[in-house]
Unconditional design. Structure first.
Ligand code: NDP
Ligand code: GDR
Length: 342
């Protein structure tokens, strides 16, 4: 690579929460960013529209390409065309509850999809470093604190698919010398979090209840313990993992634990409401097998990458509630009609 040539990165899952923050980060660092998007019948790029330029303009820091993690030959041609220096595999069917309804599709996308991308890197011969979005869900039933040396015990089709992807990433590193790393990330959230994950479901409902357009919030297991961090800080660490001299696997977490009930308390009290008056139980939000407690030990990332999370769960809840209140005021209520309630 000549010194004047910008670094090129390919991001799968660029339309998702993490993909959008990572694309922003890499553009700010001068990268030429390429994103894989799935063809949809309506636009699905709202999280990255602000980065996108008309292809007819001279400068376009973000280029989007149609493709899918279930389509291996497309991944090979795409890598050959782009010749990326870094590949971030963030694409996945990422919802744990949905993975029980769609186990085969989840395995295909979240598990085998990672192998297809690794194999595409290998056969296309590109000289790229590879990041795999591994998950604390892989620890499942193994009690906390969980670190890089904790045994996996997945409790969902999603968790099992991520374990497969984790081991394939490790195998490509050992078998072919690929610079491939697993970031084992604990839950991380933001105002861009999908509306059916528990934090965003709560903060979105708080905004609607405070505005008088929703009466009740139906929830599942309030006793689950999670270690919720702030997504923009986590994508910064993904990038640092690929800049390090050697490929390692890293846990990213805050190390602080709260229950879903705690998150309800932080969110409702931020707008002066008592959550107990609005929240009701609905068994449809329970999972056939639950992950009771995830609390990460990110000491290795702190030592090796100098990474320290600053936004902890109570502040995170406030950031998300404020954003949903502001969004509701800007977009109006019509946009918020619940067509899907999960
Ligand atoms: P999101 O659900 O917000 O985004 C998932 C992305 O994957 C979307 O861009 C989606 O595209 C894309 N995608 C889904 N299926 C396919 C497919 N078949 N081919 C190509 N792309 C596909 O997830 P997050 O941003 O929260 O998470 C990013 C990654 O990190 C995921 O792999 C997730 O499993 C993992 N992870 C997330 C954690 C978290 O707390 N957020 C923690 C640990 C791991 P579309 O917009 O078209 O649906
Ligand atoms: P998780 O996140 O399963 O940890 O996976 P989610 O926010 O969906 O659930 C967290 C916990 O909250 C409980 N819960 C509910 N969850 C949802 N979605 N809806 C509810 O109504 C509800 N009520 C209680 C759940 O049972 C669970 O215990 C996320 C995803 O981003 C994965 O992709 C990622 O790998 C892991 O985090 C780390």
């Amino acid at each position: 690579m000549s010194t004047s040539e910008p670094k090129r990165a390919l991001i799968t899952g660029v339309t998702g929460q993490d993909g959008s923050y990572l694309a922003e980060l890499l553009v700010s660092k001068g990268y030429e960013v390429h994103g894989l998007i799935r063809r949809a019948s309506t636009f699905n790029t709202s999280r990255i529209d602000h980065l996108f330029r008309d292809p007819h303009e001279d400068v376009h820091p973000l280029t989007l390409h149609y493709g899918d993690l279930t389509d291996g030959s497309r991944l090979v041609t795409l890598l050959g065309d782009i010749q990326p220096h870094e590949v971030y595999n963030l694409g996945a069917q990422s919802h744990v509850r949905v993975s029980f309804d769609e186990p085969e599709y989840t395995a295909d996308t979240t598990g085998v999809g990672a192998m297809r991308l690794l194999e595409a890197v290998r056969v296309s011969g590109v000289n790229a470093r590879y990041y795999q979005a591994s998950s604390s869900e892989m620890f499942g039933a193994t009690p906390p604190p969980q670190s890089e040396t904790t045994p996996f015990y997945p409790r969902s089709p999603y968790g099992a698919a991520k374990v497969y992807a984790y081991w394939m990433t490790k195998n490509y590193r050992e078998a072919y010398g690929l610079f491939a790393v697993n970031g084992i990330l604990f839950n991380h959230e933001s105002p861009r979090r999908g509306e059916t994950f528990v934090t965003r479901k709560i903060t979105r409902a708080v905004a609607r209840i405070a505005a008088g357009v929703q009466d009740k919030l139906y929830m599942g297991n309030l006793d689950a313990v999670r270690d919720w961090g702030y997504a923009p800080e986590y994508v910064e660490a993904m990038w640092r993992m690929l800049q390090h001299d050697e490929p390692h696997d890293y846990v990213l977490a805050t190390g602080e634990a709260y229950t879903v009930r705690d998150f309800l308390q932080f969110s409702f009290s931020h707008v002066g409401l008592e959550w107990e008056k609005y929240v009701e139980f609905d068994e449809r939000y329970l999972r056939p097998t639950e992950v009771d407690s995830l609390i990460g030990d990110a000491s290795f990332a702190k030592e090796t990458l100098g990474w320290v999370p600053n936004v902890l769960t109570p502040r995170l809840a406030e950031i998300m509630v404020d954003a949903d209140v502001a969004r509701l005021e800007t977009e109006g209520h019509a946009h918020w009609i619940d067509v899907v309630s999960r």
